[in-house]
Design a protein around this ligand. Sequence first.
Ligand SMILES: [Zn+2]
Length: 404
Amino acid sequence: MGRGTFERWSIDIVGSIVALQQGSGPVYDDGASAPDGSIPVQDGLLKADDRCAMDWEYDRLTTATGMKYYAYPYADWWRTELIRHLISITLSKGKLLPFLSFWPAGIPAVAVISHDSDINKDEHAAATLQLLREVDARSTWCMLEPGYSSATYDEVKADGHDLCLHYNALDMEGGKWDEEAFRNQSKWLRDAAGIDRISSNKNHYTRFEGWGELYRWCEQNGIESDQTRGPSKKGNIGLIFGTCHPYFPVSDFMEGNRSYDVLEIGFLSQDLNHPELYDSSLVDPFLNIVRESEGVAHFLFHQVHIYNFEPVRQAVREVVAGARQRGFALWTVDEVNQWERARRSVSIAGVDESGRPVLEGEELPQATVVYVPVSADSSATDGDCEIKFGFVCRKYTICERNDG
Ligand SMILES: [Zn+2]
């Protein structure tokens, strides 16, 4: 193709990534349950996991104690293959293709703990606050109407946790799947909790319908991130949507395949060690997969189960300890959202004569790391180099704006 090349793959890579992350189609009816009975998604409720591109048999692994989980971040792997190929053809033409790290310098991956306030008793919140103080972690609190007392909100805010929406669209609990209900519940939370901004939402029961409605409603109400895409059943936990990375969902053709201005940050599991669910043998495999993919390990624990079950409290301790031991940062959902948006506002203008990247951006995030691939020979590393996407990359940490 002139001086360029035409690179052809016999796989629709981007389409596959979207189908994995956002579902193999819009949710208009129940998905099929797994024939072994372990994933009964056909339950008369429309949810995110009613459209799942994973295979119940081939895509799950089992822990030593018999817990089955989706184990493969296929969407992240496809993205990696695409980036790897881009770098390889760029290097073969003698060009440089610098790129930003996923996280700030020194952070290999991020762990997030979130809660849904189902039942809404203040004593459940108090038990959760106490546990979080014990493990010295901040978390993300998704509030279901009618929520907690204002004194509890004050404590949650004082401890630095996120206060977010737990949108209820469950008909049997008086909820409704529509724009007005979403707006009313957003308004309720802002008034009840005394907050101007709701940073994030997670839907009660992982209720989900159609394709992009939820993201449109988030945009309309100034909600910058969503956490609804996770498992609702015991047997479909883990990498059910093929990714542990935050991403901006894409609309269908009706909205011109635009990206919604809502960062999706899905979760891996609900209430590890709950007697009717699964045990904490999943903590290590989940953290290891996420560490390898440099993503977000997002664990959901309901305050009511933290209050009721010592084993659930123990699982929270194991998640925090396992994440710290691996060097993860423990962030709230909004911290992930703010970092990712700041990171994406940076552009790499080029490299200077010494090969150092020159960055441009409104507000350059602190300790931004830029990698410059220099060689396909992965044995040729030296002090400033790391292997990324299979290539030797020179590593530059940019600490302040335009210091590069
Ligand atoms: Zn809920």
